[in-house]
Ligand binder design. Sequence first.
Ligand SMILES: [Fe+2]
Ligand SMILES: [Fe+2]
Length: 329
Amino acid sequence: MRLINISKYDHTSMVLGKPIYDSRKRILLAAGRTIDPKIVKRLENMGIDFIFVEDEISKGISIDDMLDMPTWTDAIQVVKSFYEHAINNKTPNIESIQQIAGKLLKEVKHRPTLVLIPAGTMTKELQPYAHAVNVTILALLTGKRMRYTDTKQRDLAIGTLLHDIGKSIEEDYDKHPEVGFQFLRNISQISIVSSHIAYQHHETFDGKGFPRQISGKDFLEVAQICGIANRYDNLVTKDKIPPHDAMEAIMATSDSGYAYNIVTAFSQSVATYPPGTKVLINNSEPAIVTQINKHLQRPVVKILSSEEEIDLVENSTYMIKPIDVLNGE
Ligand SMILES: [Fe+2]
Ligand SMILES: [Fe+2]
């Protein structure tokens, strides 16, 4: 299976690899079938940018380290319902957000890593909530690397799932961290740490962030983790920067954006070449990532012309470069 830009879908050689859901969690298209070109247009109009497909070159590649679809769509629905309650100033369902946080925490705990399902595989309407879930997964992977306890991971997860809740209450973007904080701190079941994640997620280590320009020790570690994960996901999803370039941009913010140890933990937790990614080896050989290794930035690849598999950890001089999925490859 591999992920492609929907504009590159070819109904003569590809079938759908994972189901496509509508905003009410109903299956629109089941896995295993071909998609009629007219339906492809409809999906594009619904704001779906990416789909998982099976074709000749993706044969034999399974993306094991990915959240299963029901868990992913459940998490998105729960976040959506929580954010919508906030719009109407109603009391949201705390229990379900705690449950989802626990579920994500468990998924991260028992796997070597977790590959994100891009928000762009969902309809436009669901993408802000998919963003919140993905940022949470990235944050939990980082927390795990930093040997956080379950209690700390839970606070991190809840704060990160709700980091942008201020956006559904307040139109002024600059105010969303504080408005979110004020909303969350009035909910007794939500820890003050989680509320502060929403408050601080746009601050930076050098005091040039917003809304309060806090810096150094005042900038909570958990909020820094949410901040890094949020920035990375925005670079990849909104700015359409390839994951490994986004990772380099994040690493360049070490000490200015976020503390060095947190940036390091983040870079050691996130796989920037998910299985199924088309890449160029040594600037000339098209290949496809087949497996993630211990080293998250040096996967196992299969050369397309010869079908030879190469472990980039053992071949440390080989260069890897993505053929940008977002540019339509
Ligand atoms: Fe935000
Ligand atoms: Fe965000």
